[in-house]
Design a binder for this molecule. Structure first.
Ligand SMILES: Nc1nc2c(ncn2[C@@H]2O[C@H](COP(=O)(O)OP(=O)(O)OP(=O)(O)O)[C@@H](O)[C@H]2O)c(=O)[nH]1
Ligand SMILES: [Mg+2]
Length: 613
């Protein structure tokens, strides 16, 4: 008898505790040795995931519970990585939908649930973080029912089982007061209500690739689900390419998952999630099938990208100083490599060979790609993010988002004002009478660019901001651009405290003293709407009287730390962010002050346009 299998994905809004729950499941299934040191959130294994405390890539693992093998896919909760979730759902037969018992369902809960319901995957509802002092499980459960109804769930789907959970402590309850001290009720529920995989091990081979991995020894590895049939090591099979061709290949090695390890296998059967070597050139979405009698699966389709940014080679005077990979050939090769594993990304050529248009799901997704590239040694420049605008039946349409803002009551006014200037339309306001309110807006995606940092400033860091792509809507017309200008270095040199002291009253500085600058580099934000050229290298005139005491009296305001994401949010159409392994600089596209066009007429026009609604 083959081992019984369950395949599940854990899906939720960001930070509701998915990866923490996987930790607890791994621990309680006895995967780790008794004295083994295991880091927290062990599935968040890449550097950026650990630094930011979020999951970026979907990953799978496997545990064994009372003789049943449970394949688990941990997915990211941030909406920019929704493509990972869509793909994960193709691998599984059911989902654990986690909802924070205090926060309740949020936009990404809606998104992932909608996808799971559409795929007809049975859900187990897991109300997590019941240990939070502000947990309100009963009310949150009501909100979840409302959400199901709102999503047109069938009677059957509404009849979902509920498990209450403290993932951090590794405890699950079928009823809140059942005294459980382990995850057993959750495991039992998975066995009871998630169907075992269908698919006949004797039928024609059908395997779909949902992820890729690399091994130095084995080359490309396909992470895939066997839908039907049996795959043996050493057999000749066909790769059904996305373009319809069948490409023969020989399977060199097969693996199944066990905890964080992989076990070699001689054969894998219908229903399992496996890793396959000997499939050079295979891509996500393609299938592996019988060579003589091919029966390819439908390729994976996922939501279209909504945001685009131009990536181009570094043309600043400092180009090539800090990075290893700087040519357009390097840039192209790296982007092509990214496409293999990052299915929700697209890359298009532009009019020039030095620049590429990269399309993705959001600013964070692209910022993570840029951050990864700079750590690998790349230098590049990126332009202002733009929202994809399509033409449908002769009408221009743009993506529209559902935006949820949770903030203290005292900031309602200022939030509404910010949203108004970005064409946000308030749909709903709920006051939980806890001192905080939750507001829902409908807003063109364009209005979200730079919104996060602005709202965090407006609300002194207290706002929670979540958004979700809702659909496409008629193009809403021009939107206000950044209403401030830049302070721009007018010559190369090294920044000097004395000069900064003179400039800082004009606006806010991005650089402190002792920083090498070039003509056209942005050194701060002007308080006024036009750009201002400044000499940040100016030394104090030497007088005969040495007045070091006067120098010490210079009080410099600390510069604003422009992280990659802040820089991307800040720049305007005529500016770039220059990214190298060591630095993030902002610059005007046209470096020469004499050749640079003025921006203010344009800004005025756009500000006027946004008032006309
Ligand atoms: N109090 C409490 N905190 C929890 C519980 N489960 C998770 N957390 C905390 O919630 C935070 C987020 O947990 P993660 O497991 O990273 O959440 P996630 O859903 O994987 O997040 P993303 O993958 O980024 O979407 C961490 O600080 C956890 O320690 C719980 O049951 N109770
Ligand atoms: Mg996670």
């Amino acid at each position: 008898m083959p081992t019984p299998i369950r395949n599940i994905a854990i899906i939720a809004h960001v930070d509701h505790g998915k990866t923490t729950l996987v930790d607890a499941m791994l621990r309680q299934s006895g995967i780790f040795r008794a004295n083994q040191e295991v880091v927290e959130r062990v599935m968040d294994s890449n550097d950026l995931e650990r630094e930011r405390g979020i999951t970026i890539l979907a990953k799978n693992t496997e545990i064994s519970y009372r003789g049943t093998k449970i394949n688990i896919v941990d997915t990211p909760g941030h909406s920019d990585f929704g493509g990972e979730v869509e793909r994960a759902l193709r691998m599984v037969d059911g989902v654990l939908v986690l909802v924070d018992a205090s926060e309740g369902p949020l936009p990404q809960t809606r998104y992932v649930l909608q996808k799971a319901l559409a795929a007809k995957l049975p859900p187990i509802m897991v109300l997590n973080k019941i240990d939070r002092p502000d947990a309100r499980p009963a009310a949150v459960l009501d909100e979840i029912y409302d959400l199901f109804i709102d999503l047109d769930a069938t009677e059957d789907q509404l009849d979902f089982p509920v498990i209450y959970c403290n993932a951090k402590a590794g405890i699950a309850h079928a009823k809140l007061d059942d005294g459980s001290t382990t995850l057993e009720p959750l495991f039992e529920q998975i066995i009871a209500s998630i169907p075992p995989p269908a698919g006949d091990p004797k039928a024609v081979l059908q395997i779909q690739v949902t992820n890729l991995d690399y091994s130095d020894f084995l080359g490309r590895l396909a992470i895939a689900r066997v839908f039907q049939g049996t795959l043996k090591r050493g057999t000749e099979v066909g790769i059904a390419k996305l373009d319809g061709k069948i490409q023969p290949t020989k399977i060199t090695k097969l693996f199944t998952f066990r905890g964080l390890e992989r076990d070699e296998a001689e054969e894998v059967l219908a229903g399992d999630i496996v890793a396959i070597a000997g499939v050079e050139g295979i891509q996500i979405g393609e299938s592996i099938t019988d060579l003589a009698n091919p029966a390819p699966l439908e390729p994976l389709l996922i939501d279209e990208p909504t945001l685009t940014m131009v990536f181009t080679i570094n043309t600043s005077p400092f180009a090539g100083r800090e990075g290893q990979f700087v040519t357009s050939r390097d840039l192209r090769a790296r982007l092509e490599r990214e496409l293999l594993t990052n299915v929700s990304l697209r890359v298009e050529d532009t009019g020039t060979t030095d620049a590429f248009r990269v399309l993705g799901r959001g600013e964070l997704q692209l910022a993570i790609l840029i951050e990864t590239m700079r750590r690998e040694g790349y230098e590049l420049m990126v332009g202002k993010p733009e929202i994809v605008v399509r033409t449908e039946n002769g009408r221009r349409v743009e993506p529209l988002e559902l935006l949820v803002i949770d903030c203290p009551e005292s900031f309602i006014g200022i939030v509404m004002e910010s949203l108004g200037s970005r064409r946000g339309e308030m749909k709903k306001m709920v006051n939980h009478h806890s001192g905080r309110v939750r507001m829902e807006f409908s807003i063109p995606s364009r209005g979200l660019i730079g919104l996060r940092s602005q709202l965090l400033t407006d609300t002194r860091g207290t706002a929670l901001i979540h958004s979700l792509l809702e659909g496409w809507t008629e193009y809403a017309g021009d939107m206000a651009m950044r209403l401030t200008g830049a302070l721009v270095a007018d010559r190369p040199g090294v920044s000097v405290a004395y000069a900064i002291w003179g400039i800082q009253e004009r606006g806010e500085m991005f650089v402190g003293p002792g920083v090498e600058v070039y003509e056209g580099m942005i050194v701060g934000e002007n308080a006024r709407e036009d750009d201002m050229n400044v000499n940040i290298t100016k030394e104090k005139k030497q007088t005969n009287m040495r007045s070091s005491s006067a120098d010490e009296a210079i009080r410099l305001i600390p510069p604003r730390d422009m992280t990659l994401e802040k820089a991307i949010e800040f720049i305007a159409d005529d500016e770039y962010v220059e990214v190298t392994p060591k630095s993030i600089r902002l610059r005007k596209k046209v470096l020469d002050a004499k050749k640079r066009p003025k921006r203010w007429q344009e800004i005025r026009a756009s500000a006027e346009a946004s008032k006309l609604t």
